[in-house]
Design a protein around this ligand. Structure first.
Ligand SMILES: Cc1cc2nc3c(=O)[nH]c(=O)nc-3n(C[C@H](O)[C@H](O)[C@H](O)COP(=O)(O)O)c2cc1C
Length: 215
């Protein structure tokens, strides 16, 4: 039996949980991000560290996908991936990226834009070694973003590397972290009647400038 068509246009939510003003956002957007992140985690936001990462390829085509934030440093936002993936090629061609977090449990969005750079091999190594063995093998087994003839390639690769490395699985040279060095960070708090609060920080020579944007 066919299910009833969903009236997507009728789906609506009025945001009423909280407000955001200039004073609350403070002067340090990374510190404020850490505060919102902690609040999202306390609110049990699902996949709290998931962020949509947008890159632009050598032909100026944008691409977006979810990655997981794995480190928040004074210098920026760190995630891990395969440097030979499609996103790795995009980044090699264009170091400007954008990312967005959506914490629906708190009716909040944070947008981050800036330059991206590889983290040090030492830092990537430390994180790689903290991962479960299965994930470490997966990093070897998956030629991320490449077309493969079937699932069995992955399973065969996995077994091959498992027997090759045994207990000691080294970090693949093509796998590591990137840091997004933010130039703009915007905090969005949903408000009633679409009159949302938006506070934007832009990096300056001496720190950050702060302004309010219309919703
Ligand atoms: C919840 C979630 C978390 C993910 N985390 C990562 C991640 O941290 N690193 C990563 O390389 N891919 C991650 N992925 C997979 C990416 O979305 C994407 O499929 C993969 O990186 C290949 O993207 P690309 O072909 O554009 O390079 C995640 C996907 C989801 C849905």
């Amino acid at each position: 039996m066919a299910s009833e068509p969903i009236d997507i246009a009728a789906i609506r939510k009025d945001y009423q949980l909280a407000e955001l003003d200039e004073a609350t956002a403070g002067d340090d957007p990374l510190a404020f991000f850490a505060k919102w992140f902690a609040e999202a985690e306390a609110a049990k936001a699902d996949e709290v560290n998931a962020m949509a990462l947008a890159t632009v390829d050598a032909y100026n085509k944008p691409h977006v996908r979810i990655v997981l934030l794995k480190g928040l440093e004074a210098a920026g936002f760190v995630f891990y991936t395969n440097y030979s993936s499609a996103k790795g090629h995009d980044i090699a061609a264009n170091d400007q990226v954008a990312t967005v977090f959506f914490w629906k449990e708190l009716e909040r969005q944070v947008r981050v834009e800036g330059r991206i750079e590889k983290i040090s091999e030492a830092e990537s190594g430390i994180y790689f070694n903290s991962r479960p063995a299965g994930s470490r093998l997966g990093a070897w087994a998956s030629p991320q973003s490449q077309q493969i003839p079937g699932r069995e390639i992955l399973d065969n690769n996995y077994k091959l590397y498992q027997s090759k490395f045994g207990e000691t699985i080294p970090r693949p040279p093509h796998w590591g972290g990137y840091r997004i060095v933010p130039e703009r960070i915007e905090f969005w708090q949903g408000r009633s009647s679409r009159m949302h609060d938006r506070i934007l920080f832009i990096k300056t020579d001496s720190g950050w400038s702060k302004s309010r944007l219309a919703p």
